[in-house]
Write a protein that binds this ligand. Structure first.
Ligand SMILES: *[C@@H]1O[C@H](CO)[C@@H](O)[C@H](O)[C@H]1NC(C)=O
Ligand SMILES: *[C@@H]1O[C@H](CO)[C@@H](O)[C@H](O)[C@H]1NC(C)=O
Ligand SMILES: *[C@@H]1O[C@H](CO)[C@@H](O)[C@H](O)[C@H]1NC(C)=O
Ligand SMILES: *[C@@H]1O[C@H](CO)[C@@H](O)[C@H](O)[C@H]1NC(C)=O
Ligand SMILES: *[C@@H]1O[C@H](CO)[C@@H](O)[C@H](O)[C@H]1NC(C)=O
Ligand SMILES: *[C@@H]1O[C@H](CO)[C@@H](O)[C@H](O)[C@H]1NC(C)=O
Ligand SMILES: *[C@@H]1O[C@H](CO)[C@@H](O)[C@H](O)[C@H]1NC(C)=O
Ligand SMILES: [Zn+2]
Length: 721
């Protein structure tokens, strides 16, 4: 690895890698993750803004029967990115858009993918005799008619290279740096071994990378029942949790260094991954074979381990004595992985509802959900796809009644997300001109995998979210979702398709989901994330599907506006509070050789610029349709483009593709996103010169944001409605 960060930084980089699904898709966000707590006053005033006729008409459209029917179709066959199933579902989504009068096109992007060919996992005794063989297959369930598929026998990790390794194994718990340190302290040799690790605590790419760095020749990752199996409750089909033969597939790309296709094959010439990310394709994916397995298969390999008894925090919920290894009695394990790397198109579907504002004043609103799945993906991601189609049905009804948005709405169904946010990143990089003026991006990935509403996003959108949630009841309690939510807005890191929009392009973003309270859902990335699971365990009445479609669509309606241009629904005072919070958090109470004055001055300047802008919002809002259009337009120019100011021209140290100075997936600590990441990470590495330089870099971006808010002459364009 190269770049401004040292080896230690890179070693810790993967600790911070978020899952591909920041919310409810595999990473448990604890309360120490970075978030902004919305003022109770703002939450209480959620219903200040009454529904317009369009909004009320929209809210009446999403239906549980319709969401159920589209989910049933989308999950009727496997649709892994780049396969025929993926193309079929792209066409289905495109036709569903067109049926509602929304123009839509397929947007193919050529990217690097991996498909499974074969694999084997065997235990050999000291004379080379085969003692046990893993099934590497997910059992067919009679109660789940889609569980019989070729893919159930082809469990794999995306971007794992092929390989055939015979060696002893050691057990490295979650594969965190401290787990490898514990092995080293216990005198267990990892170099040359196969490392067995369990899922949980951190993104699987981190596990692969840490194992590779420790000299492992191969890695195996299994799902311990403690994380999402019987320790949580009844297993599928008797409950929602992970059964014995179920395998968590998933990409092992090093996504927090640079998202998207590691080859950037879609750029015809000129731009390459090295230029864009500062790292080569080889540095973005592992170089050792990695195989995911079930706890049913893991058992015999864990039991084959000798060596010291592992400490408490290494123990999972299997009824065995967890040991460090190596394999006892000179037994050996063979891991064979054969994956095919292939450059193929993946198909985004882009729907468009043109706005009525002239093009040079348009500020497009982008809604997105990925469509590709590891097999059927009923929860991840197609609950979100069914919700997107409900949103489109609602907008279609409004279109037929004569409604037109002021601002263009893009409705995006991404592919290639599971491999590393491929489709959205490609579209964002290729369409950067179209997105230059985008107002916001609103993401739903796994729309429903539980009953708890969670949101991550840009603080300036928090108030809009609270207001919208005030109009949608929680499906169970019937209370407004705003109360249920409680105003905790997590920071965005990486992990789903919002990454290009917020982190690379500086577009305010939201990511919303219903997920289980303190865990990932049990059938995540397995063949059992199926329609039957959703209809029996996940959302049997499809009422959470409806609620999310209502929230998502209402956000889109309020951002896009209609009839007469009104001040944008962004609250920059909340953003100013959040920035002040980031600064006090990064400063902490440690005594460090750093001067934060520039940053604090910038924050104060931003706070007063935001207050002045919000006063203007208030004044013009009160005038309603009588507000002078050119004043509203000028204000909205400043509000809508503000977030771009936070982009660092050179990006973050060691990973230049990530350009936002306020947040990023953290490089050093935990899997929480980092706020003020350039400063925080340099401080962690005790690189004080770099930290001071990052303080000045962030301060200059915050100053730029403050001055971009100062009133200017109205743009010369003639305003027409
Ligand atoms: C829709 O939800 C209601 C409960 O609100 C339920 O009775 C009904 O069965 C659901 N319909 C479908 C198709 O899931
Ligand atoms: C799939 O795996 C099962 C073991 O669970 C095996 O019996 C079956 O033959 C395999 N099918 C194929 C097509 O490989
Ligand atoms: C593993 O061992 C080999 C040779 O024995 C050595 O060259 C290499 O540096 C070691 N790797 C690590 C990570 O210790
Ligand atoms: C755990 O394993 C031991 C030894 O094999 C066995 O005696 C015991 O009944 C098992 N306990 C459970 C809860 O399965
Ligand atoms: C589904 O809806 C029915 C009728 O409203 C209700 O009795 C049942 O509890 C609901 N089921 C779930 C899982 O919410
Ligand atoms: C913006 O949020 C602040 C809370 O931080 C609140 O006091 C203020 O009223 C909000 N402004 C508008 C225009 O809603
Ligand atoms: C300062 O930090 C330490 C540990 O980081 C913490 O225990 C202590 O409560 C903090 N003190 C204040 C005043 O915030
Ligand atoms: Zn997903």
């Amino acid at each position: 690895m190269k770049g401004a960060l040292g080896a230690r930084a890179m070693a810790k980089a993967m600790v911070a890698m978020l899952c591909f699904w920041r919310l409810g898709h595999g990473c448990t966000l604890d309360d120490t993750s970075s978030y902004h707590q919305l003022d109770s006053e703002v939450l209480r005033h959620r219903s200040n803004k009454a529904l317009t006729w369009e909004e009320a008409a929209f809210l009446a459209v999403p239906s549980n029967a319709s969401a159920r029917a589209s989910l049933k179709f989308i999950t009727s066959k496997p649709h892994v990115a780049g396969t025929a199933g993926d193309l079929d579902m792209a066409q289905y989504v495109k036709e569903s858009f067109e049926r509602e009068g929304v123009e839509a096109r397929l947007d193919p992007q050529k990217v690097l993918l991996t498909y499974p060919v074969s694999s084997a996992l065997e235990l050999h005794d000291n004379s080379g005799q085969l003692v046990a063989k893993a099934s590497l297959a997910e059992d067919t369930l009679e109660s789940d008619p889609t569980s019989h598929t070729w893919w159930r026998n082809h469990t794999f990790n995306g971007y794992s290279p092929s390989g055939d390794v015979l060696a002893s194994i050691v057990y490295a718990n979650f594969g965190l740096p401290e787990d490898f340190e514990a092995l080293q302290a216990a005198g267990v040799n990892v170099n040359g071994s196969i490392v067995l690790m369990r899922y949980g605590k951190c993104f699987r790419g981190l596990k692969a990378m840490n194992a590779q760095k420790a000299g492992a020749r191969a890695a195996i990752i299994y799902s311990d029942p403690e994380q999402d199996g019987y320790a949580k409750g009844s297993v599928y089909p008797y409950g929602p949790w992970r059964p014995k033969s179920s395998v968590q597939r998933g990409s092992i790309q090093f996504i927090s260094l640079c998202a998207g296709d590691p080859t950037r094959a879609y750029f015809p010439h000129g731009m390459d991954v090295e230029t864009l990310c500062g790292l080569s394709a080889k540095e973005l994916i592992p170089q050792i074979p990695v195989l995911p397995i079930s706890y049913g298969d893991a058992l015999v390999f864990l039991e084959s381990l000798g060596g010291k008894v592992a400490p408490n925090d290494f123990r999972g919920a299997l009824n065995i004595t967890y040991r460090f290894g190596p394999t006892k009695d000179q037994y050996k394990v063979r891991v064979k992985v054969e994956n095919r790397f292939q450059s193929s198109p993946v198909w985004n579907v882009i729907g468009k509802i043109p706005g009525t504002l002239p093009m040079d004043l348009d500020q497009p609103v982008v809604l997105g959900n990925h469509r590709d799945a590891w097999v059927y993906g009923a929860a991840d991601p197609n609950s979100g796809t069914a919700q997107l189609l409900e949103v489109v049905r609602g907008l279609g009804k409004l279109l037929r009644e004569g409604w037109k948005p002021l601002r263009t709405i893009y409705l995006c169904s991404w592919s290639g997300e599971e491999y590393g946010l491929l489709g959205s990143t490609a579209w964002g990089e290729v369409q950067d001109d179209l997105l230059r003026r985008a107002l916001a991006y609103v993401n739903v990935d796994t729309g429903v995998s539980g009953q708890h509403f969670r949101a991550a996003g840009t603080p300036s959108l928090a108030q809009l979210l609270a207001e919208v949630l005030g109009h949608v009841p929680h499906p169970d309690s019937g209370k407004p979702l705003s109360e249920h939510w409680g105003g905790k807005l997590f920071s965005l890191g990486s992990g789903s398709d919002y990454t290009i929009f917020i982190d690379h392009l500086g577009i305010p973003s939201l990511d919303i989901a219903f997920s289980p309270k303190d865990a990932q859902y049990g059938v995540y990335h397995s063949v059992y994330d199926s329609f039957t699971w959703m209809a029996t365990e996940g959302d049997p009445n499809f009422t959470y599907h409806v609620a999310m479609a209502q929230v998502w669509g209402l956000i889109a309606l309020r951002l896009s506006g209609s009839n007469v241009e009104a001040p944008l629904p962004l609250n920059l005072s909340i953003q100013a509070e959040a920035i002040a919070g980031y600064i006090s958090r990064v400063k902490g109470n440690r005594s460090v050789p750093l001067d934060f004055t520039a940053l604090e001055d910038a924050s104060l300047a931003f706070k007063s610029a935001a207050a002045r802008a919000m006063a203007e919002v208030h004044r013009l809002s009160r005038m309603g349709p009588q507000a002078p259009p050119e004043e509203v337009t000028a204000l909205n120019e400043r509000l809508g483009l503000l977030e771009r100011s936070f982009l660092l021209p050179d990006g973050l140290p060691g990973r230049k593709w990530f350009r936002h100075c306020l947040q990023a997936p953290g490089l050093y600590t935990g899997y929480a996103p980092k706020t003020l990441p350039g400063i925080d990470e340099a401080m962690d590495a005790q690189k004080w010169d770099l930290a001071q330089a990052q303080i000045h870099a962030a301060a200059s971006r915050i100053w730029a944001a403050a001055s971009s808010l100062a009133p200017r002459e109205a743009p010369p364009t003639v305003f027409t409605v």
